[in-house]
Design a protein around this ligand. Structure first.
Ligand code: TEU
Length: 575
């Protein structure tokens, strides 16, 4: 549908202009709904237990039916898989486990044929230690590639500084070949690239062009705020030791490098960019996404998705805290900036387990409520594979069941050293581990949930696959999947849900999230009951609910100011 025309028509007839026509900057990526595919876990086509590109191609119809129009593909590049592809050995090659370049071309073709777009994962803060640049770099102190990375001699017989890795321990590893340390903010097999070296930046711009020239539509940029390091690599101040991301991010040349990347590459294509902004505060966000600065289109802010975490420890979150973040985000971003909305990804637990209620009684309504929220808030929605089915966290009980390097390193550093007890450590992982979202997609009730014909998939299938799977949900009109389809469709045909002004009507209410989205005379009211109790709710400010458009529990209540909401009920009204 042509939003521009609809919006101009609405504004032309609008007596009260809540949003002036000139403040709306249209863009396809603002109107998009993005679906993240984690290739390792999506669909295995050749029976080796690992998902692959042909598998994704075979499921494009499933994705298209959902109504999403952009696919974000987690890394599919050649990699030794120390961190499941976030350690790249060759940026121009497809990971052998996932197939060939011909398979990639076929996937891209299939996506385009269905009028969808594809964005890739640009992981350029670091490479694999098996990348040819690093292999050269480590050979000698005067290697022409030495300065592609950060090499430093020992300081008083120790690491060059006190920086910590996100995957436990020091961010420095001593390399015997030259007896110097190299920097890695993540695993030792993920050395950080030195962006202050113009040759590195040129290499990155070239590889971006390589994929854009193939026809991809943009990038999700992995930990992009970390690319500019603080000069002299000063020690982490003590209060940053448990949240080093805020020290590593936003280095002095970040804006300069992003603008250069934009000028040299992105401005020449109709591409979308979304930066993974780990360590970026809300106050800093506009400096990255204000369109007049020509840096990024939008970023992922982690305040909501990590609301349930204190460092790496699970904490119980409250609804007023969540609402306050959405309001602060909204206020921080003006008409020149755009936001994202997401509650999960491959680094976080399942959305229904983390923010809903995955018990048998409430899994379905709470998953639908969360879908309603993500698809009616302001910002481009990102949906992680399997969340459209209400897939849940995995019932991990033993350390051997995990695959993630973050878990394995953490176990060695914290449990095997006696710093933490195994029981509570596992209990925390059960709620927070990244592997919760990486278990294979549940396609049907055959063995391994139809993900693979191999005897053992690379990561265990959630035992609940007989109940929770795509085949079952496609056939059931009242399923989470079909509700998602309906919500995506509703958002796509409703400009107010994309561009409308956001207002939280009741910020302090501990159970109800009630907000409006207004564009000209078009206004929608969203009411979400975030509790397992039924709630009688009087709308604040004398508001009366209008015509009911969507309900996750087949409610019929309309035109009233006193709502009888069931547990986890979600409704959308047209005012
Ligand atoms: O993640 C960035 C990041 O810093 C965190 O989300 C991190 O994964 C971890 O959860 C910190 O506690 C990106 C990728 O999304 C992630 O999969 C990679 O492992 C990481 O970068 C390194 O490339």
């Amino acid at each position: 549908m042509n939003f521009s025309r609809v919006i101009l028509a609405i504004l032309a007839t609008s007596p009260v202009m809540t949003l002036a026509a000139e403040t709306i900057q249209h863009a396809w990526w603002k109107e998009a709904v993005v679906y993240q595919v984690y290739p390792r876990s999506f669909k295995d086509s050749n029976g080796d237990g690992v998902g692959d590109l042909k598998g994704i191609t075979s499921k494009l119809e499933y994705i298209q039916r959902l109504g999403v129009n952009v696919i974000w593909l987690s890394p599919h590049f050649d990699s030794p898989n120390a961190d499941n592809g976030y350690d790249i050995r060759d940026y121009r090659k497809v990971m052998a486990d996932f197939g060939t370049m011909a398979d990639f071309d076929e996937l891209l073709h299939g996506i385009k044929q269905r009028n969808m777009k594809l964005i890739l994962d640009l992981v350029v803060n670091h490479t694999s230690d098996e990348h040819a640049w690093f292999a050269e770099s480590r050979k000698s102190k005067d290697s022409p590639y030495r300065d592609h990375y950060f090499w430093r001699p020992a300081k008083d017989g120790h690491e060059p500084n006190n920086w910590v890795s996100f995957f436990s321990g020091s961010a420095w590893t001593l390399d015997p070949a030259t007896n110097e340390y190299y920097l890695h903010l993540f695993a030792a097999k993920q050395p950080d690239l030195n962006w202050d070296n113009p040759k590195v930046r040129r290499e990155v711009y070239d590889l971006m062009k390589f994929w854009l020239d193939k026809g991809v539509d943009g990038f999700r940029m992995d930990v992009i705020p970390f690319i500019s390091k603080r000069p002299g690599l000063p020690d982490l101040p003590p209060d940053y030791m448990t949240r080093p991301q805020y020290f590593y991010a936003m280095g002095p040349h970040l804006h300069e490098y992003l603008r250069e990347m934009n000028r040299e590459v992105l401005s020449k294509y109709d591409a979308m960019t979304v930066g993974e902004a780990f360590g970026v505060t809300l106050e800093q966000t506009p400096s990255l996404v204000d369109e007049r600065r020509h840096e990024l289109d939008m970023i992922f802010n982690f305040d909501v998705v990590r609301l349930n975490r204190d460092g790496e420890q699970w904490r119980d979150w409250t609804l007023p805290e969540m609402k306050a973040i959405y309001t602060t985000e909204d206020k921080a971003l003006d008409a020149h900036s755009w936001n994202t909305v997401f509650l999960s990804n491959h680094d976080n637990p399942r959305v229904v387990s983390a923010f809903g209620d995955d018990s048998a009684a409430f899994r379905i309504p709470s998953a639908k409520l969360l879908a309603t929220m993500v698809l009616t808030l302001k910002g481009t929605p990102f949906i992680y594979q399997g969340d459209e089915l209400g897939m849940t966290n995995y019932p991990f009980t033993r350390i051997e069941e995990f695959d993630d390097i973050q878990v394995k390193n953490g176990w060695k550093a914290d449990v095997l050293t006696g710093k933490m007890k195994a029981g509570p450590y596992l209990a925390n992982l059960r709620k927070t581990s990244r592997d919760n979202s990486r278990t294979p997609m549940q396609w049907d009730d055959s063995s391994s949930a139809g993900f693979t014909t191999a005897a053992t998939p690379w990561l265990r299938v959630n035992p609940n696959y007989k109940d929770i799977n795509a085949a079952r949900e496609l056939a059931d009109p009242s399923s989470i999947y079909n509700y998602f389809c309906k919500m995506v469709e509703f958002r796509k045909k409703t400009p107010a849900l994309v561009y409308g002004v956001y207002e939280d009507l009741d910020p302090r209410n501990a159970h109800i999230f009630a907000y409006t989205r207004t564009l000209g005379t078009e206004k929608y009211l969203v009411v979400l009951n975030f509790s397992k109790a039924d709630v009688s709710y009087t709308l604040p400010g004398g508001i009366t609910a209008g015509e009911l458009q969507i309900s996750n529990l087949a409610s019929r209540e309309s035109k009233t100011h006193a709502l009888q909401l069931k547990a986890w009920e979600a409704r959308v009204y047209r005012q």
